[in-house]
Design a binder for this molecule. Structure first.
Ligand code: EPZ
Length: 417
């Protein structure tokens, strides 16, 4: 496994550019299964999860290519509604293909998806929603779905699940009649997916609210050639927390600050000056911040669960107590044991992590258990005394393109091992 070697305490100065969001690209690529023509996605970066998703598309007969940072996806030649086991086990997002494949081929076979290993990742809500649209589903580890014709229905989600909302939107685009998804997730990535599908001729209303209505159409016929996805708000938040933890000045271009208001509200006046423009965030950070009090992660627009580990890492160096409650996943505190190796004072009680901040974190030999805890370890190592080694870089590169290069360019002492 490759690793990062970080010698901490360098302040960060410079500019970072963020590109299309991983969690927008994955459903957008899946939705191309609904099309019989090629579409180009602008401003893309080469990240692990997107590469796996593209390999899955290729394995079922689709094609993709890059021209610079434009990704072209063409699913006109997709003919195998059977998802490959090995690739599907690598990413959770393989589940996003069930809806569009079912809508196009009336059948699909797949295995339950893989993804980040932080506790149970069930897909029951995905399957229940597809059943409501008329799918017959059999199997457990190996799933077989079929539907003579998907029919619109009212679906009430027990939890505002991002992936379930996206899957059902894609499945119901071509269904007969009207589908209403109640308690739908409101994440910007869903608004982005609906904007893309509506550009193609879909009839989706209410994106970004807790009630989304889809009027099924026969086919998506508006042949657009390019689409620009939203940029990666989690990557933006990660770099914001990095410079907060080290001190320095950072300009993050491509950032839509409206997607990061929960973090901005939390850190505002915490020994940093923030200026916001339409497509950039500028941070000037000096001195150690104050503890953050109580933070709970929840569906958008609340504080995002994907920034929970990076925030927890930052909280370790703040003077005072911070309590972070994980309100989305059952067990997403894998970073805690790694941070304790750096002399962090953290206690986990159920779904809460209680952090007593100290500015005495020291470098250690660490392992990235999952994508976002790996990002958190980088944040901690950048601010710690001494050298840290973080193994599992490929896990981090699932969602952060060129993170070592980007950090070096803004003054971090980081090398790939
Ligand atoms: C998406 O995952 C993101 N992934 C995750 O980002 C993100 O953490 C999550 O949404 C929450 O914001 C992508 O978009 C590719 P959920 P998803 O369904 O859709 C439970 C990252 O680091 N649930 O919103 O899989 C589930 O266990 C990744 O970029 C069921 O119980 O998340 C969780 O407790 C990690 N049954 C809650 O819902 C289901 O069928 C929310 O999960 C589906 C979900």
């Amino acid at each position: 496994m490759s690793k990062l070697i970080i010698n901490g305490k360098n302040k960060l100065y410079g500019k970072i550019e963020v590109k299309s969001a991983k969690n927008a690209m994955l459903p957008l690529i899946a939705s191309c299964v609904l099309l019989d023509f090629e579409v180009g996605f602008l401003n893309c970066s080469d990240i692990g999860d997107v590469s796996v998703m593209l390999e899955i598309i290729k394995s079922i007969g689709g094609k993709y290519r890059y021209e610079g940072d434009t990704l072209f996806v063409d699913c006109s030649s997709v003919y195998i509604p059977e998802l490959p086991c090995d690739l599907s086990k690598k990413i959770r997002a393989s589940v996003f293909l069930l809806g569009p494949l079912l809508a196009r081929f009336r059948k699909v076979s797949a295995v339950t998806p893989g993804g980040c290993n932080f506790g149970d990742r069930p897909i029951g809500m995905h399957l229940d929603g597809l059943r409501k649209l008329g799918a017959e589903i059999s199997g457990n580890e190996h799933l077989y779905l079929r539907a003579d014709k998907l029919k619109g229905s009212k679906i009430v989600l027990p939890f505002a699940s991002v992936g379930v909302t996206e899957n059902l939107i894609m499945a119901s685009c071509l269904a007969d009649g009207e589908t209403v998804i109640v308690n739908s997730a409101k994440e910007p990535e869903i608004v982005c997916l609906c904007a893309f599908l509506n550009r193609l001729g879909a009839k989706i209303y209410g994106a970004g609210t807790h009630k989304i209505t889809i009027h099924g159409v026969k086919k998506l016929t508006n042949k657009i050639t390019y689409f620009k996805p939203i940029t990666d708000r989690i990557e933006v938040g990660t770099y914001m927390l990095a410079v907060l933890n080290t001190g320095g000045e950072l300009e993050i271009s491509g950032a839509n600050f409206l997607h990061n208001t929960s973090l901005i509200k939390k850190i505002y006046n915490n020994t940093c000056k923030i200026s916001l423009e339409s497509d950039k965030i500028y941070l000037k950070c000096c001195g150690v911040g104050n503890a953050l009090g109580y933070v709970k992660t929840a569906p958008y627009p609340a504080f995002p669960t994907d920034l929970q580990s990076p925030l927890l890492a930052y909280a370790c160096s703040l003077s005072g107590k911070t309590i972070i409650e994980e309100g989305v996943f059952k067990n997403r505190f894998s970073i805690v044991n790694e941070l304790k190796k750096m002399n962090a004072d953290i206690t986990v009680e159920g779904c809460r992590a209680i952090v007593n901040g100290t500015n005495r974190l020291r470098g250690a030999v660490l392992n990235a258990g999952d994508l976002r805890s790996g990002a958190g370890l980088i944040i901690s190592a950048l601010g710690a005394e001494g050298v840290s080694e973080i193994s599992g870089l490929e896990v981090i590169e699932r969602g952060y393109a060129d993170i070592d290069k980007k950090l070096r360019l803004i003054g971090a002492d980081v090398t790939k091992g």
